[in-house]
Design a protein around this ligand. Sequence first.
Ligand code: F3S
Length: 378
Amino acid sequence: MNLTSDEEKLLSGEGGEGLQKAMEIIVSIGDINDAPRLIPVERVQISGVSYKTIGDAGLEFLQDLVGLGAKTSVYSTLNPAGIDLEQKNSDVPARFVEKQGEILRAYESLGATPSCTCTPYLAGNKPGFGEHIAFAESSAVAYANSALGARTNRESAITALASAITGKTPLYGLHLDENRGPTLKVNVNEQVKSAFDYSALGYYIGKHFDETPIFKGIQPGVEGLKALSAGLATGKVSLFHIEGVTPNTVGDVSSLETFEYTGAERKTVTEDLNTCDDPDILCIGCPHCTLAEIKQVIDANPKKEVWVYTSRAVQKQLGEKIKNPNIRLISDTCMVVQPLEEMGIGSLGTNSTKCAYYTRNLSGLDVKFDNMENLLKK
Ligand code: F3S
């Protein structure tokens, strides 16, 4: 890879050991991917924030970087942590709370903004069309690339952090025009309206295709785009197009292979993800809820306990106090990166394929996957 003389100096340690380490990471990723050079990024979303996902090894890595004097050089926000920072978290093991605090202090010493959400684009870190960025949260990667027309590869926790420190990323993959066009047409012949429907559609396509789909027959708003992004990203898809909705140019798609999505495909997703009928709690907000989704839960006046996850930024926009004691509004964390299995929860109901997939596979919980109306009715 060709580096500028300034980049060479940083790589040789002239900017300090922390910056040198971050440059080494970025340059090695660029070499592996045959990137010709580095490009500047305007913003970063860092994953690897919960103690549940990074553990002691991740905490030590962050503390080492702090010790080496590393600092973020561009606006960088954080993915959900393992706890709600403004609640007592008395149901979370004390050691977990303590370690989580150390992780967040390390990130803040590095200069990251502790927004602790997977929807940075709803909480002040929203890229513009054509912006080169480095996002690590997979659902936000798909949303930023597709709904907003920004450009990012699916970064890991470490490469996103290295980009946050250097302000750079290697030029390869989805930063390049030639890798952004659609490679599969998906005709949606099933009614797809709710977040549950979009989540199932995304999950099915992401699980069965390693392609860049262009969808025909759907008109999602923000909630649908968010759910579709997370569903697709639970598989391998980090960029998609929707005729008449997403802003990227797509060119001639007439010769692409076409896939027909019908009720039969949707049914396989539901069958695949359901393992129980009467979950302990309901979890809404994967990815984190918009204001409209929170209001939908409040209006349904649920009789079962519902944990509603959102960003601190969106929670602050909610002018009303929630009167229904069954609704627990939670920020800074999510049901997947919270240690739910250590908090006495054995099963949950969700309208999100990503939540269903990961709470089953990472936390060993049973799952009821259904649309929000049905879940809240019970
Ligand atoms: Fe967000 Fe957690 Fe789902 S990070 S996308 S709520 S798994």
